[in-house]
Design a protein around this ligand. Sequence first.
Ligand code: FBP
Ligand code: MG
Ligand code: MG
Length: 335
Amino acid sequence: MPEHQMTFRQFLLNDYRHKGIEKDLVFLLEDIATACRIISNHVRSGAFSNNLGAAKSTNIQGETQKQLDLIANDEFVRHCSNCSRVAALVSEEVDEVYWLKDDPKPGDYLVYFDPLDGSSNLDVNLSVGSIFSIVQIKTEIEAGDADAVLRRGMEQICAGYAIYGPSTALIVTTGNGVNGFTHQQGTGEFRLTFPDMTIPETTSEFAINASRYRLWDDSMRKYFDDCIAGEAGPRGRNFNMRWTASMVADVHRILTRGGLFLYPADKGNRSEGGKLRLMYEANPMAFIVEQAGGAATDGRDRIVEATPTSHHQRISVVLGSIEEVKLLADYHAKH
Ligand SMILES: O=P(O)(O)OC[C@H]1O[C@](O)(COP(=O)(O)O)[C@@H](O)[C@@H]1O
Ligand SMILES: [Mg+2]
Ligand SMILES: [Mg+2]
């Protein structure tokens, strides 16, 4: 990897000088990068360090937690706590909001994160990731007031994910487009390898857990049927399907070559609002996808416009190449 490829720190300092991001955000993002580097090592040495397998606890979602879910959660808490302007943390793996400051101030940060995404892939050595989102407090809030962290996605000032796949990469937006950095073995640096990532407007590839077909709405089934009908069907072209069971891995593929990712609310999960969580999965991915020229909706409306009612709430997710997201909304409207 050419040494001239900018490091994450150099890139952020450039954003600080020329795009007005705050110096404390630069430091916080560096701390998050450190947490992801450490989590990457834990994931890669899973089998040797006995980190694989389930922990003896469940989270508020009722999911049995993996040991690495907890280890990753602790790394995020430890590194985000370094920043004196982080007022509170919201984690998939912890029921309550973590208040780090007794007197949060306007200008302080709220950090939302899914410490380990795609946990079901851990024991089978497939790609997993971490997702994070940062919001800046604008008004006076009370420490301990859980409603104070219920911010809409459009208030995010930064979002990103790390993917722990064949290589480890960190993809970030601070509202100035999307850039990707690959972890360089040896130096431990994240170096700019995917500048200005952009999602193609059209695609012939989608990702959905098709085993839930029987549970989908008619419009969702119609969309799926028309795609897999291929050239002879109403879409007039063949479609390819992928499903990695890790939102991070599916979204990273879409940022790299286009596509559509879907996890619709269905008869099996509608009572909970869907499968994926708004604050630390859907919102950060929606911000990243929109910044890369794609679209992200709940099937109809922009995810970042959703008004949250709880910090672990779930939402229907449709994101990726803009033409396909629009078309799916038409299917919903028509069928
Ligand atoms: O098990 P399914 O239905 O394929 O769902 C997979 C989806 O669930 C998730 O694993 C949920 O995330 P967590 O692993 O963080 O709980 C997503 O990453 C993925 O898109
Ligand atoms: Mg997740
Ligand atoms: Mg998770």
